[in-house]
Design a protein around this ligand. Sequence first.
Ligand SMILES: [Zn+2]
Length: 331
Amino acid sequence: LGARPGTYSSEAGYKNFLRLVAHEDFHLWNVKRIRPVALGPFDYDHENYTHMLWVSEGQTEYMANQIAQRAGFYTAQQYYDQLAKVLEGVENQPGNKLQPVAMSSFDAWIRAYRPDENSKNSEISYYDKGEMVGMVLDLMIVQATNGQKHIDDVFRLLYDKYYKGLKRGFTDQEYQDAVAEVAGRRFDDFFQNYVYQARTLDYNTALGYVGLALTSNPATPNGSLGATIANRNGHYLVTSVKRDGTAWNGGLNMNDEVLQLNGAAPTDDAVKQALFGTAPGTALKMQVKHGALTHDLSLALQPDPDRAYQIQPVASPTPDQQRLLAKWLGK
Ligand SMILES: [Zn+2]
């Protein structure tokens, strides 16, 4: 593990590094010993395909945040803020609505490490989404066992049964069985909907078990083009287009060159203003070169679709919620 000279110069940088240490340390258990069948003994000559990287990486990241919180590096609210930040990244990415996290894991060899300009529209990270699935699953286990068990107990069971006992990894089904054994209840629908399909996690129900609530508001009051435009030697090129945004719906495409913006040659300032600085509904006229064709677009900026998320305690949590919260936080 390496830290750059500036890593410790901000508190956030220092804590991010601590979290990285916790992540890699937790891999000594989750992956090195507790692992899906595909991940060992490794076939070093071929790709090793698994649906379970949302457990191997996503839940390792989930536990890294938990460990940093349990060790006292984060206050409870700082921990909630950390989770809300990851949640925000997941829920604002269009690919989250299309790609199940199990598929994101399976495609790691061909997609995750070979991102392209359309990745955000069609894919989701098994780290970030896996962390969110881990959070909701942990809360469901705490609730189902009335505060007797949490996700640590799933890792312990997998360690004892598969690593020490059977001396092999676990299958997708065996992972679900382990969760059921710990929780005393099967969560088959949960895995089907949120791991093998791309439905939106029911965060508020899960957070409600421990007296927390998720709220959100528009990330900015501005309109949004939903595209990025880069100045390449004086040529203004579209470098990404967000699914369902103004540009996507209005016919602006990747690699189009912007020749005119509101009747004038584009400048850095004009592009910045057009992309981020105006109210929803603002008209934007563009002349663009698409391959050999030049055409005019008349767009009206849609509201910024991104939302900002907060996780906070409810006003008056019940004694049960407080008890389950303490278990979830590892107190
Ligand atoms: Zn990792």
